[in-house]
Design a protein around this ligand. Structure first.
Ligand code: MN
Ligand code: MN
Length: 294
């Protein structure tokens, strides 16, 4: 079954190492008073300076925001003490993608440590179920049980996902609860496992449209600005911040070619913590690509 592995595994491992280090940098820099935009720029700059490209904009969702918040070009908000901040980071090398996240309570007050711990324990429990031929449902069940054990709820309508070249969300979903998947894991497959723990309802709704966009398909060559942007981002998510001011109106004019992501907000107004690793399914079990070495 060796041919089921990506032929360029070193690139996947290298992208994962850069993403993991960028995640840790973001968690360290997340102190009260830092502008969110500066934090995103520093994380993404680290990825570019180390030989990869961001696979998506740094997601810096706070508190009841579960996912898909990235600063707008003119965002001047700063992190506040007590913010429950998800640092969700992606890096890719030639389309070999890593996706990883962790949660920090800004200012280190640890009032919400049980949320952070529940997401981490959910992730660890899910990873323990990873093996070729293993049931995806077992991962969801393990995550759900671990988060319930902390008296919290998993967010049932957000899932992990398989990853393929230039495809952050490929065919397979990795649920955070049991009873949602009949699939089996394949040797050589790369998946992101990403439980979210909340003290709310365990469900998300769409908030306002954010600043993350994605080409639905190749826009063709008729509009040179779009062709240039597509050559840069392909079908991976990108931030309005990354686009030259002069080019932004072209995107607005061709909005039908783009997917614009709404911010996901917990429906019950609960706080949300997230933990995520990218994992390679090997014959020997899980290889956690975005773990720190040692
Ligand atoms: Mn992620
Ligand atoms: Mn993910």
């Amino acid at each position: 079954m060796a041919d089921a592995y990506p032929p360029d595994l070193p690139a996947w491992r290298a992208a994962a190492r850069i993403a993991a280090d960028a995640r840790e940098l973001g968690l360290r820099l997340a102190v009260p008073g830092i502008p969110r935009r500066e934090l995103a720029d520093r994380i993404e700059g680290y990825i570019r300076d180390h030989g990869a490209e961001p696979a998506f904009p740094a997601n810096l969702s706070r508190n009841v925001e579960a996912a898909h918040y990235t600063p707008s070009p003119d965002d001047d908000a700063v992190l506040e003490p007590g913010d429950l901040l998800k640092v969700d980071v992606g890096a890719h090398i030639g389309g070999a993608i890593a996706d990883t996240a962790f949660t920090v309570e800004v200012g280190g007050m640890h009032r919400h440590a049980h949320l952070v711990r529940a997401a981490k324990e959910g992730l660890e429990a899910g990873i323990r179920e990873v093996r070729p031929g293993g049931s995806v449902d077992d991962i969801g069940r393990a995550i759900e049980a671990a988060i319930h054990a902390r008296g919290l709820k998993p967010v049932r309508d957000l899932t992990g996902h398989s990853i393929e070249r230039y495809l952050l969300h490929a065919g397979q979903s990795i649920p955070n609860v049991g009873g949602m998947s009949d699939e089996r894991l394949r040797e050589g497959e790369i998946i992101a496992i990403e439980p979210f723990a909340t003290n709310g309802l365990g469900s998300i709704g769409n908030g306002p449209f954010g600043n993350i966009l994605r080409f639905r398909a190749d826009p063709g060559a008729s509009e040179p600005v779009l062709a240039r942007l597509f050559a840069r981002f392909r079908t991976l998510p990108f931030a309005l911040r990354w686009v030259d001011v002069a080019d932004r109106p072209v995107l607005t004019r061709h909005r039908r070619l783009l997917q614009v992501y709404p911010v996901f907000v917990e429906r019950g107004g609960g706080l949300v913590a997230q933990a995520e690793h990218t994992v390679l399914v090997t014959a020997d079990g899980p290889e956690v690509l975005t773990a720190l070495p040692g």
